[in-house]
Design a binder for this molecule. Structure first.
Ligand code: GDP
Ligand code: ZN
Length: 236
């Protein structure tokens, strides 16, 4: 698979090293980071964001929340920083003005990364901005032609030491596991104490979750929604 680490002997692959993860769409192994792109326009889908974050934590991928289009509005960044910034890396960027792109580039260097996010949030524009930056540092000379890949195979582009999966956007976020595991993929809950050790934080008496303090209110409401979705799925 694209992303595999292998042993080579006399020009032949003799061994595929264990994969830390193995994604289906895109078909890439060993993804280190998922760049979840949001923007003021189109309006963020925070339920999707939460599912993407859950997916990352389950797959051993470090999420980076990149709030793009900082040139048109910073309210979105502010909200995302408040709701997620304590537990997740949130970057404010603009592909248009290159604001924050250098910091962004530093965060993904040496990693295999995929981009995710709603259509038109600026994923392609960000990849181009990162690519332009790496050109300035003189590490690459080839032009990247994204979106011209007509095969179904994923490819990795080396953007000056960061490997970006060439895909129109990471799209498989089906999450399916026992609902009592959901609490384990919410870093907010690691800091709270509840009366019962196996508390699900869904409104039990003595639960330490005080809405709005350890966890953003909207995010907690979505937690309850996702909990109920998992509970009614039961297909794992
Ligand atoms: P994708 O579908 O996520 O790959 O999004 P695109 O990269 O195609 O961008 C969608 C639209 O948003 C295009 O019209 C871009 O010019 C615009 N766009 C992308 N980044 C920015 C940005 O930082 N600021 C502004 N104002 N517009 C942007
Ligand atoms: Zn609790």
């Amino acid at each position: 698979m694209v992303g595999d680490r292998v042993d080579i002997d006399e020009g032949k692959i003799v061994n595929i090293l264990p994969r830390k993860n193995n994604l289906i769409r895109p078909k890439v192994a060993n993804v280190d980071k998922l760049i979840i792109v949001l923007a003021p326009i189109p309006e963020p889908d925070y339920l999707l964001l939460d599912k993407q974050l859950i997916f990352c934590l389950k797959e051993g991928i470090s999420p980076i929340i990149a709030v793009n289009k900082a040139d048109i509005d910073v309210d979105t960044t502010e909200y995302v920083r408040n709701a997620y910034g304590k537990y997740f890396l949130v970057l404010s960027v603009s592909a248009k003005t290159s604001y924050g792109i250098a910091e962004f580039y530093n965060k993904i260097i040496g990693s295999i990364v995929c981009f995710a996010g709603q259509s038109a949030v600026g994923k392609s524009s960000l990849i181009n901005a990162l690519f332009s930056l790496s050109l300035e540092t003189g590490e690459m000379s080839k032009k990247i032609e994204r979106g011209k890949n007509t095969t179904r195979e994923a490819r990795l582009f080396d953007i000056g030491g960061a490997y970006i999966a060439d895909t129109p956007g990471f799209s498989s976020f089906e999450i399916s596991f026992p609902e009592d595991e959901l609490k384990d993929v919410y870093p907010e809950f690691r800091d709270i104490t509840c009366e019962f050790l196996d508390c699900m934080h869904i409104g039990e008496k003595g639960c330490g979750v005080k809405t709005g303090s350890v966890i953003d209110d909207g995010r907690y409401q979505r937690y309850l929604k996702i909990f109920n979705e998992l509970k009614s799925q039961k297909k794992y």
